[in-house]
Ligand binder design. Structure first.
Ligand SMILES: [Zn+2]
Length: 438
């Protein structure tokens, strides 16, 4: 079934465009780079921020049963004992005795090194948490971890949020933040990295209602990707088999996107039951139960967890937006990003660098950017400037020409249709607001 689906482009093309236009750079590039670490450039940070804003809008701003949180990356080491990460968050690792490369034993076929054919060591468990030291003395008592997931920051604040807000079950807490996993084999550009940003929700429900709420979250989260422009054919839902469920999960479904390397996970939506809250109750000695005024009962809530990757979502939106079109015998590369995700919404392009024209263009630029991120470009031929704006996904280009000085009108070009409208300057802001929808 998946074989009929086509990826929009190759990863190589996206990596190249990302670097050329300033979306994503290799980290520490001048020192030869650091494996699997990436930096978001001027356009990348806009795109990723817009992805995060779109997520926050859908799961916090537009809902009456959700609140936000921003917990710290470093947490008490006992948190990770309670969560099971100290004992169990590991992958089986093998080393090649010849070329010294490391592999995940469960990803290998056969018992020889896939790179050089050399002999492999016995598999040993390799904990994926990054360890560091807190305080000035490097002693074992001060060992802390970089969090491997943002979820635990939410669980340990469950009672704080309950007592400081008027939230009643069912309700949820959303958080966006960095997490760290010392993956043995990262790769595929920003898809699997050791430092990554999560967008996680823990949604607390009365036991017994968990299955229905789980189904609803799966629907809502799937729809979100479609709402922001992902092609339906490249999105699918994959329920986990019983034997691939995490130890804490009762059920889990992945939302997968058809990346150039094939179907891969964008987001997992798990039913974590009461596992985490009960573990924290046990390890901290603090009560984690909830008194339900509606039913007069005490219980430890079940938790539904939609857990998405901000970097993966950003990459998927970037890939899916990529189009190559034939225009007048030339190839036009255009990023058809959803308007809300596009780094710049508008670009102001004066046709010449001559004084009265530039003054007018500058004035427009300053005025429009009160509403949106607006680019300004007065270099080279107008055709090349359109190409550049197409390639970075700018929905509208406003061209200021000599006629504008006479008739107080500008030309607005639409990214997707390439249609051009002549618009009075006095109505420009309203025109763009209507077109953009915000
Ligand atoms: Zn080898």
């Amino acid at each position: 079934m998946g074989d009929q689906v086509q990826a929009t482009t190759t990863m190589e093309k996206i990596v190249s465009l990302a670097k050329r236009r300033g979306f994503i750079f290799q980290s520490s590039e001048i020192y030869g780079g650091l494996n699997s670490c990436w930096d978001y450039g001027p356009l990348g940070v806009e795109l990723k921020n817009n992805v995060k804003r779109a997520w926050w809008k859908a799961v916090v701003q537009m809902r009456d049963d959700m609140v936000g949180l921003d917990s710290s990356i470093l947490m008490h080491p006992r948190v990770w004992e309670a969560s099971g990460h100290v004992a169990g968050f590991s992958d089986p690792l093998v080393d090649c005795k010849q070329c010294r490369q490391r592999f995940r034993a469960d990803h290998l076929e056969g018992d020889r090194c896939p790179e050089c054919g050399g002999e492999l060591t016995e598999a040993r468990q390799f904990n994926l948490m990054f360890k560091t030291f807190m305080g000035p003395v490097e002693e074992s008592a001060a060992v802390v971890y970089l969090r491997p997931e943002t979820a635990q920051g939410i669980f340990v604040n469950f009672q704080n949020v309950l007592t400081s807000t008027r939230m009643k079950i069912p309700f949820g807490i959303a958080q966006i933040g960095k997490s760290f996993r010392n993956e043995i084999t990262p790769g595929n550009f920003t898809f699997r990295t050791r430092e990554f940003e999560q967008m996680e929700i823990e949604y607390f429900v009365r036991p017994g209602t968990d299955e229905a709420v789980h189904e609803q979250w799966i629907k809502d989260r799937f729809q979100w990707y479609l709402d922001y422009g992902i092609t339906p054919e490249r999105l699918r839902l994959r329920p986990h088999d019983q034997d691939e469920l995490a130890h804490y999960a009762r059920a889990c479904s992945d939302i997968e996107y058809y990346f150039p390397m094939g179907w891969s996970e964008l987001e997992g939506i798990a039913n974590r039951t009461d596992f985490d809250l009960k573990q924290h109750e046990k390890y901290s000695g603090c009560r984690m139960d909830y008194f339900d005024p509606a039913t007069n009962e005490h219980y430890v809530p079940y938790v539904i967890e939609p857990s998405a990757g901000a970097d993966r979502a950003t990459l998927a939106f970037l890939l899916d937006a990529y189009h190559e079109e034939e225009v007048n015998g030339e190839t036009r590369v255009v990023l058809k990003l959803h308007y809300a995700l596009a780094p710049y919404k508008v670009a102001v392009l004066p046709l010449s660098r001559k004084e009265p024209l530039v003054n007018l263009a500058n004035e427009l630029w300053r005025s429009l950017r009160k509403n949106w991120m607006v680019d300004y470009d007065d270099s080279k031929a107008i055709g090349r400037r359109y190409r550049r704006q197409d390639e970075i996904g700018t929905p509208f280009c406003v061209t200021v020409d000599f006629q504008s000085l006479e008739d107080n009108m500008v030309t607005v070009r639409d990214r997707d249709t390439m249609n051009q409208d002549r618009v009075p300057i006095a109505e420009l802001e309203q025109y763009l607001k209507e077109k953009l929808g915000f």
